[in-house]
Write a protein that binds this ligand. Structure first.
Ligand code: GBH
Length: 481
């Protein structure tokens, strides 16, 4: 793909410069730093791709799968773009071997996928459905046969519809732990990395307070805060359930879209402001997990709407983790101010650039500061970027190509910041690109494409985009040129 590497290019420039300017003092770059800009990642760095069950599987009624809240929500008129649903999606339920082949061709060492809870427990609790579990055994075996290590998320938003009250009920947290126990016991001989939940704010606040995601409720603050509490309690209970049902050495974490606070200027005061913002701005979720408590500023802010906590809850919620997974897409800029709080959010100007999804503003430093703030505050044993990627207005040309130059630009810049944080010694272990292939983008239906493989949703044909070619090179060289 490349005709001349930067290394060769650098040598050529240096040789030419030496002839023309022999004897003169030259700027360092002209003398040919052997690899001026090649960014090498640590040895053994894990490169992967991420997906989620409801977004790719389809097969919504196959082999005894029960309905999830997202089946119901997406089939409710007006909830998703043009009424799109995950009934078929990428049909990965039937085409999973093809998808593992895509992963193999990329050369990834890891793959992050999720399980559909209602495939395994059609009613959320009670009798498991053997055929549902069998499907995941097949997928895992196919991955392992291709030397790809599975990282499994137990809950990526598709909640069994049969559970009364959904996340409004504390019993759902217990049901989740039972499901986690069963699924990880069945997979634990072959799978050694599990994530409990994906993005608390999305399945709690967006589902129950804002109403934009399933189940589409707009509850008052007190009830919505209780939903949040049940979400993090479910995580904590599942950590214990997984540990009790898998061999020692199994790694347990989660995938969380913590708000990433980037200092407006990298000066000491703004860096300090961003660190404080990270702790306070993530108080209901990541901070509660890392510290095993709701911090004072959150309790004060919520006052009488604060969640009801039962004895022992916070200890469970604060269960030790083997790694923290961060889903990182966008930055929030923060500056130090004179207030008692010490920080304030900066608003972006209207000219601030974004990708195809309007919310997806571009600020590659979010990768660096996301990892750094979380490490500086809580020193987790390991961190993964469990999602990073973007939507583009991809077009399949008649020649069968997708030239997603903007996605390559987005990814290259984010990986540059990933390199920066790795060489500074932060405990970053791996990176999962969202996503392997175009898929059901929740409320946006099929209108937003996040894949590095283009999917024709009529024929289910997968076509690697330019970004897939580019990512394959990154993985092969363990470097960004
Ligand atoms: C992730 O969420 C999800 O884990 C993944 O399933 C999803 O496909 C991927 O990102 C891409 O979106 O419409 O302005 O109200 C990332 C966090 C939270 C970002 C919800 C979009 C809606 C913003 N997402 N948010 S808006």
């Amino acid at each position: 793909m490349k005709h001349i590497t930067r290394r060769q290019f650098g040598k050529t420039v240096a040789a030419t410069a030496a002839v023309v300017y022999a004897g003169a003092a030259l700027p360092r770059f002209a003398l040919g730093d052997p690899e001026p800009t090649t960014l090498h990642y640590p040895k053994g760095f894990k490169w992967g791709c991420a997906t989620a069950a409801y977004q790719i599987e389809g097969g919504a009624r196959d082999d005894g799968r029960g309905a999830s809240n997202w089946d119901v929500f997406s089939h409710t008129p007006g909830k998703t773009y043009r009424g799109d649903t995950g009934d078929v999606a990428d049909d990965s339920y039937h085409l999973y071997k093809e998808d593992v082949k895509l992963l193999h061709n990329l050369g990834v060492s890891t793959y992050r996928m999720s399980l559909s809870w209602s495939r395994i427990f059609p009613n959320g609790t009670g009798q498991p459905n053997a055929k549902g579990m069998d499907y995941y055994q097949r997928v895992v075996d196919e991955l392992l046969a291709n030397n790809i290590t599975p990282y499994i998320t137990l809950f990526h938003w598709d909640l069994p519809q049969a559970l009364p009250g959904g996340w409004q009920s504390r019993d759902t947290a217990k049901a989740f732990a039972d499901y986690a126990a069963y699924a990880t016991r069945r997979l634990g001989d072959r799978v050694h990395h599990f994530m409990t939940t994906n993005e608390f704010a999305c399945f709690t606040d967006l589902g129950y307070r804002v109403g934009q995601f399933a189940p589409g409720l707009k509850l008052p603050d007190k009830e919505a805060n209780q939903v949040r509490h049940h979400g993090i309690l479910a995580h904590g209970l599942a950590v214990g359930a997984i540990r009790a049902n898998t061999p020692s050495g199994t790694e347990v974490g989660l995938a969380e879209n913590a708000n990433v606070y980037v200092p407006v200027i990298e000066s000491r005061e703004h860096i300090e402001a961003a660190r404080r913002a990270t702790r306070e701005g993530n108080a209901p979720f990541l901070t509660a997990l890392m510290e095993g408590k709701y911090i004072d500023s959150y309790l004060e802010q919520e006052g009488s709407n604060a969640p009801k906590v039962e004895p022992g809850d916070m200890k469970v919620i604060g269960s030790a983790l083997d790694f923290v997974g961060l889903n990182i897409y966008t930055p929030q800029y923060v500056r130090a101010d004179g207030s008692a709080k010490g920080w304030a959010l900066e608003e972006n100007p209207t000219s601030y650039p974004h990708m195809a999804s309007p919310w997806l503003t571009i600020g590659p430093e979010c990768i660096y500061w996301g990892v750094r703030n979380v490490t500086d505050l809580w020193k987790p044993k390991g961190i993964y970027i469990t999602e990073n990627g973007c939507s583009s207005d991809d077009v399949l040309t008649p020649a069968g190509r997708v030239e997603d130059t903007d996605r390559v630009m987005y990814l290259r810049n984010h990986l540059t910041q990933l390199h920066r944080v790795a060489v500074e010694g932060y405990p970053i272990k791996g990176y999962f690109l969202w996503s392997l292939l175009d898929n059901f983008e929740w409320a946006d239906g099929y209108s937003k494409r996040f894949g590095i493989h283009y999917v024709d949703f009529k024929t289910q044909k997968r076509t690697p985009k330019l970004s897939a070619e580019w990512y394959r090179d990154v993985i092969a060289t363990n470097a960004v040129e």
